[in-house]
Design a protein around this ligand. Structure first.
Ligand code: TUI
Length: 313
């Protein structure tokens, strides 16, 4: 299936894997890219040398295009931004901030730039700064979330910019892909469904939490500190919500309570202190599959719905 996104990225399918912090490594990214999507390595809070080693590792496992996601709140964002230009990675996606100051350097190095945006204002800004496409991510997604839903955000971003729009947040199957097309996107980004990929090396407890989740199993915490994140509801997130609502509990202690919780979920499977980031579609994710099976299943579903439909994508 060819769309403006597959032409831009040089991929077989219009599917990007979300740059999930602590989770999206060279193994997952190369598996998604080999399967015809765009695999993405998360730079999370790591330094440039760690990210460079993941890029080199990815290149040993695939010769297909892949990306690096730079979380702009990371203390190492600037050095990682410089390094991905040196390495000429095919694609950069960004999250949790405005990447405009880095875009010219990436473009000079031939890097395709796809910022994640949660508003039309940021979409317009990054288009003016030279972004190749935008990923419009609604608050149904896991991790750091904006205010708008995918349903409301994607068509407004599609009207606001001329560059291709990728929809993210709440998409897990072919129905979501076709809905994204109907809203004006020419591709999707999925994170939560890839959490249970065989090539995704999160703890077994993490996969179990996603597989057991139902529609109302996620919640958002962290609004008080300005970084709202969606995760699977657990004792830990409920306690965080209680502390957050308690105005006598200081911000610094709340911040402290959150430190390390994602790593504890991903690496240790710590169900008491871990924060299991996942999107609202976790309830639709029913089985562990290879990245190739996930992509084939999503595309089969989309193509079935699109049979006989002729859209300009
Ligand atoms: O970034 C994400 N998802 C993430 S980042 C992350 S790591 C983290 N851990 C703890 C606390 C906070 C982050 C986990 N998940 N998605 C992309 C995304 N970007 N969603 C929303 C935004 C966004 C929001 C506001 C992008 C820009 C923005 O405005 C920035 C500006 O300067 O205008």
């Amino acid at each position: 299936m060819q769309t403006r996104l597959t032409k831009l990225l040089g991929t077989k399918y219009p599917i990007i894997q979300g740059g999930m912090a602590w989770i999206a490594d060279a193994i997952l990214a190369s598996a998604v890219s080999e399967a015809g999507g765009l695999g993405v390595i998360s730079a999370m809070n790591a330094d440039a040398e760690w990210v460079r080693s993941e890029i080199l590792r990815c290149r040993t496992m695939t010769d297909k295009p892949f990306g690096v996601n730079i979380m702009l709140m990371s203390p190492h964002a600037a050095e990682v931004a410089k390094m991905v230009a040196e390495e000429r990675v095919p694609v950069v996606t960004t999250g949790a901030g405005n990447p405009s100051k880095y875009i010219a350097r990436w473009k000079e190095a031939g890097v395709k730039v796809l910022p994640v945006v949660a508003s039309t204002a940021l979409a317009r800004l990054v288009e003016r700064a030279g972004a190749d496409a935008v990923i419009a991510e609604g608050g149904e997604s896991g991790g750091h979330v904006g205010d708008l839903t995918t349903m409301a955000l994607v068509p407004q971003v599609a009207d606001a910019v001329r560059i291709p729009v990728v929809a993210a947040g709440g998409i897990a199957d072919g129905r979501g892909v076709v809905a994204a097309f109907a809203l004006g996107a020419c591709g999707v980004q999925m994170g939560t469904r890839f959490l249970v990929a065989k090539e995704c090396r999160v703890s077994d407890e993490y996969k179990k939490k996603v597989l057991e989740a139902k529609d109302i199993s996620t919640m958002v915490t962290g609004r008080r500190l300005g970084h709202p994140v969606r995760a699977i509801k657990t004792e830990y997130t409920m306690e965080y919500a209680r502390l957050e609502a308690d105005s006598t509990y200081p911000d610094e202690k709340l911040e402290e309570y959150g430190v390390g919780s994602l790593r504890k979920a991903v690496e240790e499977g710590d169900v008491l202190h871990g924060c299991f980031l996942a999107g609202q579609i976790a309830g639709m994710v029913r089985q562990e599959q290879t990245a190739a099976e996930i992509i084939a299943d999503v595309m089969r579903g989309a193509e079935k719905l699109l049979d006989g439909v002729h859209w300009e994508l």
